[in-house]
Design a protein around this ligand. Structure first.
Ligand code: PNS
Length: 208
């Protein structure tokens, strides 16, 4: 059990110890808040609320990313697509553009939000009180990097879990890199990117 609680959590513990009438009820809530993130359902039930974070460069978001987000959002209560700076890659789109494209492309999934962060992923996860990292796998070639990263993240934050979701075969060859190359040289392949991204890619490479 974590003892490092936020003020709101200490307050729940305080109530659970001091208000006799509601002792049992507050004790349960305090325990639940400490062990995991729980929230009230409209019907009055206390339910566990699992927030997952799907981090990536999303430079730009592709239909492969959208597929992973749809599947993750169907499993977890809340999915936050987090546009992170990958220091190993130089980005084509600015952070604001990447977020805008992701927001529009994911607008059809009600429990998805888009955010951005600069720094260590595990720090961001803690800040957002999220315990699950979502990453997509297209092929075995992705696995080595993902495996190393997942182990590094576990070393840094043992409570945080990485979940891998396998892509659909139709998206297995799609990457943001490939998409940028295709559009940079004036070609297009159907069903690689959502319409907003296609428009932005054309604008970007026509003007450059
Ligand atoms: O879409 P990408 O470029 O494969 O995403 C990689 C990303 C941004 C998720 C990864 O580089 C990352 O987590 N960056 C944040 C820095 C960090 O936490 N590094 C420690 C793990 S090795």
């Amino acid at each position: 059990m974590k003892l490092c609680l936020k003020f709101s959590e200490w307050r729940l513990v305080y109530y659970s110890l001091n208000i006799k009438k509601y002792r049992a009820q507050y004790a349960i809530i305090a325990y639940a808040k400490i062990e995991a993130r729980w929230s009230w359902r409209e019907e009055g039930f206390l339910v566990r609320h699992i927030r997952a974070v799907y981090p990536g460069s999303f430079d730009p978001i592709t239909n492969g990313h959208i597929y992973i987000a749809e599947r993750a959002a169907a499993v977890f209560d809340e999915l936050e697509v987090s546009v992170l700076i990958n220091p190993q890659k130089q980005s084509t789109f600015a952070m604001k553009e990447r977020c805008e494209m992701a927001e529009e492309a994911l607008a059809h999934i009600p429990n998805v939000t888009v955010n951005h962060f600069d720094g260590l992923l595990v720090d961001y996860m803690k800040q957002r009180e999220a315990r699950v990292i979502i990453r997509g796998l297209r092929a075995m070639s992705d696995f080595e990097y993902e495996f190393q990263t997942a182990l590094m993240n576990r070393q840094l934050a043992p409570d945080i879990e990485t979940f891998f979701i396998v892509t659909d075969a139709q998206y297995s060859y799609i990457s943001s890199n490939a998409v940028r190359d295709v559009y940079r040289f004036g070609a297009a392949v159907p069903d690689m990117v959502p319409p907003i991204v296609e428009r932005r890619l054309i604008e970007k490479f026509q003007n450059s």
